[in-house]
Design a protein around this ligand. Structure first.
Ligand code: PRX
Length: 648
């Protein structure tokens, strides 16, 4: 074993693409994939230029790639607009009256936007934003439920060249405030609230609270959605309908440099402070366009449903930009999968005849627990392709997905990528790649991965190591907002010139990649990426907490659960009531989804001589690898650990 990353999964089953599927797929065989892959890595510039030419550019590029590690520029000198490519480009074709978005609200209300209608709404809202003072280069924060106005807002910002920063609606007002301040956003777009589990959840209220400490914000646009009471601050707050009142629908897309920053999306890294990952326009557009087309094998007859929230990168790339650049029909759903009953997803698929479904392993595992009777109540024969993203999928869940949802008929694409990569990196192509349950299989064309030891030496077949990417790709992040040093340090310093993913993986004898998860202090809880440090800093910001250590532990449904070890200030009663208080405190600091699943109080934390918390020990403890029931044993354990360390 070349590293301390251990891989125990050994899966033997292989599922070739069904002949019928392959016959009409964009990429039809493994040989075709291999041929394309070779071309794409022998001459990546020619490959990506060929793809980019399928899209519309206002001005062509002088050069496809300028690579001065770690700084990449794609389509140098070109001008384009992704909103134009997602909308205007289709208006001169028969797609003008094709459904772009079929949206379903949780209460059951449905709205459909054709490309022409969506173009009009986006243009009007862009004009409305302009009237409110938004200009090219400004930052706009979005804190919204999953309503069509969210997609419209993204496309309107992109149309103007205003950089959007979507903050997932599950984040707390404190988290929203920090993200607004980091990006110095000028405008917030929000809603009164959204529907979740049959009841409105308020959003505007959290915005008001955040805005007491965000001097950069000038205006707030509020969508009326849930009907809950809100306070509108005169001069600052504007209803969406008023923002677009009497504006002209003629708002041409700005001609933007290909490297113009399209969006910032905050994500967790190894330190407490979330990072503003910055994506640019032209390269991201080419990458999301092509991956949508080839991975989801998009056809004009498809109805594509990506169940992610637009608050995460999956929603940016595969609800909005990638599929719409392809002129596809997307389905967008506002609420939870078990309202009013646990068959909501299957009901939606049947009623709207969804043909491609893209969801997360944590959701699949939850569905398996709810029982087969829920999907079995519905006709799911419209489905032809299934996808997963967000975390490793265990082979049992994969097999269930294939069998119960896909009727043993639909290929599954297990797609590995990250907020930073912008688009899919490792994935089967459904008509070409034989799949193995639990493997993200092979690199997408143009992507050059490697698995290495900590000093960058490639490891052998089936040996665990660090997953890196050796060559630039168009959708890659360009920087961390206002912190280029951190960008360099975080991603490009471990193995010089290569992108460090932070994931551990192995490659098998067929060249298939098996991603095992993070090797740093990032946890993946129900598809939400969190840094353990972030939760630790939330915990220690409570005045009665002296020290805290947070680790992930395996969880059958959520992938990982959050375990916290806490030492309290003198005089604190470490009881259940205090545990609840701490959980509430973390919800306030970050958001309810970051609440620790279990909290253990301890008099001290196990540390190395240099004072570093011994996380590996805590991880073992949290995972129950050592039966440690109470504080005393933990103390003993820590002493033992120190002794053991001394021996090493
Ligand atoms: O650990 C990997 C895991 O999710 C991380 C990226 O999280 P985030 O930036 O929030 O983006 C999630 C959606 C793209 C990765 O570093 N991950 C994502 N997809 C997979 C995965 N792990 C294994 N298999 C996957 N298919």
């Amino acid at each position: 074993m070349a590293t301390d990353i251990e891989s125990v999964l050994k899966e033997q089953r292989v599922f070739p693409p069904p002949d019928e599927f392959a016959a009409s797929a964009h990429v039809k065989s493994l040989a075709e994939y291999q041929r394309i892959y070779k071309l794409s890595v022998d001459d990546p510039e020619a490959f990506w230029a060929g793809i980019a030419r399928e899209l519309d550019w206002f001005k062509p590029w002088d050069k496809v790639l300028e690579w001065e590690p770690p700084n990449a520029k794609w389509f140098v000198g070109a001008e384009c607009n992704i909103s134009y490519n997602c909308l205007d480009r289709h208006l001169s074709t028969w797609r003008r009256n094709k459904a772009a978005i079929i949206w379903e609200g949780e209460p059951g209300d449905i709205r459909v936007y054709t490309y022409q209608m969506l173009h009009r709404e986006v243009s009007r809202f862009a004009a409305g934003l302009k009237r409110l003072g938004v200009q090219k280069g400004d930052r706009v924060a979005l804190y919204m439920p999953m309503v069509p106005e969210l997609a419209i807002s993204l496309l309107a910002c992109a149309r103007l060249g205003a950089t959007h920063s979507v903050v997932f609606g599950g984040f707390s007002s404190d988290a929203l405030r920090d993200r607004i301040n980091d990006a110095q956003a000028k405008v917030v777009i929000t809603a009164d609230g959204g529907f979740r589990r049959g009841a409105p959840f308020p959003l505007k209220e959290a915005v008001d609270k955040a805005l007491t400490e965000t001097p950069s914000i000038e205006k707030v646009v509020v969508v009326k959605r849930a009907g809950n009471d809100v306070v509108m601050k005169p001069g600052r707050d504007v209803w969406w309908d008023d923002a677009i009142k009497d504006v002209s629908a003629d708002c041409p897309a700005e001609h933007l440099d290909a490297e113009h920053p399209l969006f910032i999306l905050y994500t967790s890294g190894t330190t407490g402070k979330p990072k503003g990952v910055v994506h640019s326009t032209g390269g991201y557009m080419a990458h999301t366009y092509l991956t949508s087309k080839w991975v989801f094998d998009l056809k004009d007859t498809d109805t594509f449903w990506c169940t992610a929230d637009v608050g995460w990168v999956t929603g940016h790339s595969y609800i909005v930009y990638g599929p719409l650049a392809n002129g596809a029909t997307i389905l967008m759903y506002e609420g939870v999968p078990n309202h009013p009953e646990p068959d909501r997803f299957w009901d939606i698929i049947e009623r709207h005849q969804v043909s491609v479904l893209y969801t997360a392993p944590t959701a699949i595992r939850t569905f398996t627990r709810w029982g087969d009777e829920w999907p079995n109540k519905h006709d799911l024969s419209s489905l032809r392709l299934l996808g997963t993203v967000g975390e490793p999928i265990n082979p049992e869940a994969w097999m269930w997905y294939r069998d119960v949802i896909g009727g043993n008929r639909c290929p599954i694409v297990d797609t590995w990528w990250q907020t930073e990569t912008g688009g899919i990196m490792l994935t089967p192509l459904p008509g070409a790649t034989p799949t193995k349950p639990g493997s993200a299989t092979l690199p997408f064309p143009g992507v050059v991965p490697e698995i290495v030891t900590h000093d960058g030496k490639p490891v052998g077949d089936n040996e665990g190591g660090y997953l890196i990417i050796k060559k630039p790709w168009p959708g890659m992040l360009r920087t961390i907002y206002n912190d280029h040093e951190r960008f360099k340090e975080q991603y490009w310093s471990q193995i010089p010139g290569c992108y460090f993913t932070g994931d551990g993986a192995r490659r098998d004898e067929d060249g298939y990649y098996w991603v095992m998860g993070r090797i740093d202090d990032v946890v993946n809880v129900s598809g939400h990426r969190l840094s353990t440090m972030e939760i630790e800093s939330a915990l220690v910001s409570h005045k009665q907490v002296t020290e805290a250590a947070v680790v992930g532990r395996p969880d059958e449904v959520k992938g990982q659960a959050i375990s916290a070890f806490v030492t309290c200030a003198a005089g604190t009663k470490p009881d259940d009531a205090f545990k609840q208080e701490l959980r509430k405190h973390v919800a306030k600091e970050i958001g309810a989804f970051a609440k620790p699943d279990d909290i253990r109080f301890t008099d001290s934390l196990p540390k190395t001589r240099s004072g570093k918390i011994m996380r590996r020990l805590l991880r073992d403890l949290a995972a129950g690898k050592d039966t440690v029931g109470d504080t005393t044993t933990l103390e003993d354990y820590s002493v033992l650990a120190k002794l053991r360390e001394d021996e090493e």
